[in-house]
Each structure stands twice: as structure tokens, then as C-alpha cells.
Design a protein around this ligand. Structure first.
Ligand code: SF4
Length: 370
């Protein structure tokens, strides 16, 4: 018998698919048992071995002795008038009351049938990078999430959309709490589980990972040929302005970002997206649009203009509609492909980190380093 039994219980949700296979092998189980376990964990959302009815009773009680299934739970849920649902999940730390947020954003056809059900997930408790406009950045950093904790967010929300709309979620964006590429392994492992045929089976083309611009990890994604989409949270089109709102820019400025983006595109041949929060009077001028157009030409890319959810205590404010129109016109004039993402869930604290902060999140580490 394996030495697994002599160790403390193994959390099966902390294992990758390959590690789960090794775990089963060590127990003398054939490969299909590992697949069944994987399916119970990531497709059927089992939280106990008793539920795993296609495993023998003996095996279930053996697993109960040596393993656990860590699951996060819902602490709060708010639904907006526009259908956006914000979830606050409680993690399972024994001595800490850590919570993270996720949001489900529906887009509907004119007849009210859902066209897209996008889930925005968190990858860290808090964030170390301290962007001035971000509620999560104000919390500081506490810990990385495991891939199981990320998949749990997706799985739970998927069960809600299936119940509410009779439809699986259609897209995932890693744009909730935390800087995804600062927790690289978790993001890559969770995205791979989510796209597995024995799990939710969402195409990697429908999974987008965002980053404030961690250049080393952008290159790593290219080297690893990770199949999902990459979005860069740019938010300001010059070093001077970016320095003011994103501390990361002091160590990784636009020149280094340009080099990483070009490397990424050379190796993957995939286009990128730039996320651009439009702030009133800060980054919404004709000059800003011109600078943004220059950046977009580094590699085939498009721009997502995001209308900011104002955050209490943050000076930057959402841009006015007439400024948005003028900005879009300037981008079109410079041949930039741009879409506008309207702010959603204004009535439910849907900006990332807002709900957690309202629930009294403590203050963590803030070091703006890669
Ligand atoms: S915007 Fe992203 S990287 Fe910046 S503080 Fe917020 S969570 Fe962190």
C-alpha cells in the first residue's frame, strides 16, 4: 500500500489531473478510476465520497480515510436589475476569514434569451499590485487561490446558470480579485481543468486571462503555448500616466511591455486584447487615443473600453458619455478596433473587490513587485 495513507489527508482538489492519476496508481487503482474521480470533482461538483455512487463502498470509505474534498462556500449573493449576479465566496482556511468574489454577467438577445453568460473569477485573496482605481488593490495581498478554489467558483456559478437559464456558462475571464499571472500555476491548471471534456468543457478560446503586464509571465505563456486568450489591463497609454495609477509600471514600463507583447505574438500568432478603463479627464483625450493607437499596433489587437464602476474613496471617476463618443471617434480615425463594455451591476457593488471590502476585509501586503 502506498505511503499516502501514512500522511495527512490529501485534498483531492489540490491535485492536477496527472497528480490525481498518480494518487490513484499508488492506491493500485486503474486509470478509469482517476477519470471517474476527476469527473465527480469537476463535472458533478461532489463534496463527499458518499456521492460517488459508481465507486465501490470499500473504495469510498478508503478515500474517506485518506483524502478530503476542499470546497468553497457562498457567503453572499446579490443580483442586479440587469441580471448580473455577484457572488462572495468563503474559503476554507481554519483560522482566517478569507473571502473572494466572482461575477456572472449575462448578455441577452432582444427576446430575453441569454446569448453569453460570462463569469469573472478571482485568482488571489487581495492583490499586491495596488492599482489606485481598484478596490481589491486597497486590500493588499493575503494568499493565492488553489486551482480547485478557482474551479469551484466556476462550477458553482455554472450550476446557477443551468438552473436559471438552462444554459452552461459561455465565457470565463480571469479579471476578478488578484493579478492572475502572479498566480501563474493556479491559472494555467484551473483553465486546463475547466476546458477538460470530463469537467465543464469550455473551449480555451472562451477563456481569457488578464494581466497588468507581468512581462516574464506573458513570455512564459507564449513559451508554454497556453491556448487561452490574453488581455492586458493597460488603462493608460503613456508611462507618465500609467505611473500615476499603476505602480507596476515603475518596474515594468511600456517599453518592456512592448517587448513582451511582441514576443508573445511572435510565438503564438494570437491577437491580444487591451483593457482600457476610461477615466474622466485622465485618459480620455484625443492625445490619449493617439497614444493608445500606437500601442495597439505592437501586435494584432483590439481594445475593450470599459466604463468604470466608481469606487468609494477613489478620485478617478467614470468618463462622461460625450468623452467616450469622442474617444471612440479618435480611435476609429486611427484604425483601432474597439468595443465598449458598459458597466454592469451598478446597483450591487459589482466592481472587483467592492463587496469584499464592504464585508470588512482586513489589510494585507502591498508590494508592487513582480
Ligand atoms: S487592477 Fe488587478 S492588479 Fe491592479 S490592484 Fe486590482 S486586482 Fe491587483
Amino acid at each position: 500500500m502506498s505511503n499516502i495513507t501514512s500522511l495527512k489527508k490529501t485534498d483531492l482538489k489540490s491535485l492536477t489531473k496527472e497528480q490525481l492519476l498518480t494518487f490513484c496508481k499508488e492506491l493500485g487503482l486503474p486509470r478509469f478510476r482517476a477519470d471517474q474521480l476527476f469527473q465527480w470533482l469537476y463535472q458533478k461538483g461532489a463534496s463527499s465520497f458518499d456521492e460517488m455512487t459508481n465507486l465501490s463502498k470499500d473504495l469510498r470509505s478508503k478515500l474517506d480515510e485518506i483524502a478530503t474534498i476542499n470546497r468553497i462556500s457562498v457567503a453572499n449573493q446579490q443580483e442586479s436589475k440587469d441580471g448580473t449576479i455577484k457572488f462572495l465566496f468563503k474559503l476554507n482556511d481554519e483560522d482566517k476569514d478569507y473571502k473572494v468574489e466572482a461575477v456572472m454577467i449575462p448578455d441577452f438577445y432582444p427576446d430575453g434569451v441569454p446569448k453569453r453568460l460570462t463569469v469573472c473569477v478571482s485568482s488571489q485573496v487581495g492583490c499586491v499590485f495596488g492599482c489606485s482605481f481598484c478596490a481589491t488593490g486597497k486590500m493588499g495581498f493575503f494568499r493565492n487561490l488553489s486551482h480547485g478554489e478557482v474551479v469551484d467558483q466556476v462550477q458553482y456559478i455554472n450550476s446557477i446558470t443551468e438552473e436559471k437559464y438552462d444554459k452552461k456558462i459561455t465565457n470565463i475571464v480571469y479579471m476578478g480579485m488578484g493579478e492572475p499571472l502572479h498566480n501563474y500555476k493556479t491559472v494555467v491548471n484551473s483553465a486546463s481543468i475547466i476546458s477538460d471534456p470530463l469537467s465543464i468543457e469550455l473551449s480555451p478560446k472562451r477563456i481569457t486571462v488578464s494581466t497588468v503586464g507581468l512581462t516574464k509571465q506573458i513570455k512564459q505563456l507564449a513559451d508554454d503555448q497556453e491556448p487561452f486568450n490574453l488581455a492586458i489591463s493597460l488603462h493608460a497609454p503613456s508611462d507618465e500616466k500609467r505611473d500615476k495609477i499603476m505602480p507596476i509600471n515603475s518596474s515594468m514600463n511600456l517599453d518592456s511591455l512592448e517587448e513582451a507583447v511582441k514576443y508573445y505574438h511572435r510565438k503564438t500568432e494570437r491577437p491580444l486584447t487591451y483593457e482600457y478603463l476610461l477615466f474622466d479627464g485622465f485618459n480620455d483625450t484625443y492625445e490619449d487615443a493617439k497614444n493608445l493607437a500606437r500601442i495597439v499596433k505592437w501586435a494584432p489587437s483590439k481594445v475593450n473600453i470599459i466604463m468604470y464602476n466608481n469606487v468609494a474613496g477613489v478620485e478617478l471617476q467614470r468618463a462622461r458619455e460625450d468623452r467616450l463618443d469622442a474617444f471612440l471617434k479618435a480611435l476609429i480615425k486611427h484604425d483601432v478596433r474597439a468595443t465598449v463594455r458598459r458597466s454592469r451591476g451598478d446597483d450591487i457593488d459589482a466592481g472587483c473587490g467592492q463587496l469584499a471590502i464592504r464585508e470588512g476585509a482586513p489589510k494585507g501586503k502591498t508590494i508592487a513587485k513582480n
